[in-house]
Design a protein around this ligand. Structure first.
Ligand code: KIV
Length: 260
């Protein structure tokens, strides 16, 4: 990983080179993704769904994020690793946010952290940046507020919400965030936001005008057993192929074809 990754991402935006980000929760997946060549690897708290089997990301703890981030950073040599700060790890005080972000960097080897921004959490970004921790601000659909938002649905529908979101993105750039992650907002709104700031906007379900795209790897490779969001493009059906391989092994054992 290049220590100048935040500058490189900004240059990519300026040159119109799209940024690629995927999630990883473990050493092996992180290694496969890194060897395939991506700009950023996100240890997302979506691991709550796909690793731990929780219904939401809310139960994920800072210790779980540290455990997974450690595994991921052991598998990565090229990409920058961004660790998600889980629910309640940056909501109580700036002090505890600094401590928790510091643990993700110092103990787990993350290169940056991601925080979900709302009216209560936005002061956390400049506080972390001041102590040298690079921050991606997650705007739009923020899954840690799923109950308050009333579900995993598109955000920024009204003119007022669009204005608030754009102003927030501008403020977060001024605060020093190196990128914005924009989840599930209409494509035209994402375009306005991307054009209003000089730091990259990495979209998920936010259309083609963003400066980069992030998806959950399990969705991309077809490992997610449940329904995936409509905006996802699936490039393989690894879940089905995995089960076929297990079934073939099982059959061979039961019929005496393995071992020979
Ligand atoms: O937790 C996560 O994986 C995320 C992505 C869906 C952007 O925040």
């Amino acid at each position: 990983m290049s220590v100048s990754f935040t500058r490189k991402l900004k240059d990519q935006k300026q040159k119109g080179e799209k940024i690629v980000m995927l999630t990883a929760y473990d050493y092996l997946t992180a290694r496969l993704i890194d060897e395939s060549g991506v700009d950023l690897i996100l240890v997302g708290d979506s691991l709550g769904h796909l690793f731990s089997g929780y219904k939401t990301t809310l139960p994920v703890t800072i210790d779980e994020m540290i455990y997974h981030t450690k595994a991921v950073t052991r598998g990565v040599t090229k990409a920058a690793v961004v660790a998600d700060m889980p629910f309640m790890s940056y909501h109580i005080s700036i002090e505890s946010a600094k401590q928790n972000a510091g643990r993700l960097m110092q103990e787990a080897g993350a290169h940056a952290v991601k925080i979900e921004i709302n009216s209560a959490t936005y002061p956390v970004a400049p506080a972390l940046i001041q102590i040298g921790i690079p921050v991606i601000a997650h705007l739009g659909l923020t899954p840690q507020s799923v109950y308050q938002l009333g579900g995993y649905r598109e955000q920024a529908k009204t003119e007022k919400e669009v204005e608030q979101l754009t102003n927030l993105a501008i403020k977060l750039e001024k605060d020093g965030c190196f990128a914005i992650l924009l989840e599930q907002v209409p494509s035209e709104i994402a375009k306005v936001i991307a054009e209003s700031i000089s730091i990259p906007v990495i979209g998920i379900g936010a259309g083609p005008h963003c400066d980069g795209q992030v998806l959950v790897t399990h969705d991309v490779v077809g490992l997610t057993p449940d329904r995936v969001p409509q905006f996802v493009k699936q490039y393989d059906t690894l879940g089905t192929r995995f089960k076929s391989a297990v079934q073939a092994f099982s059959k061979d054992v039961k019929t005496g074809h393995f071992p020979k």
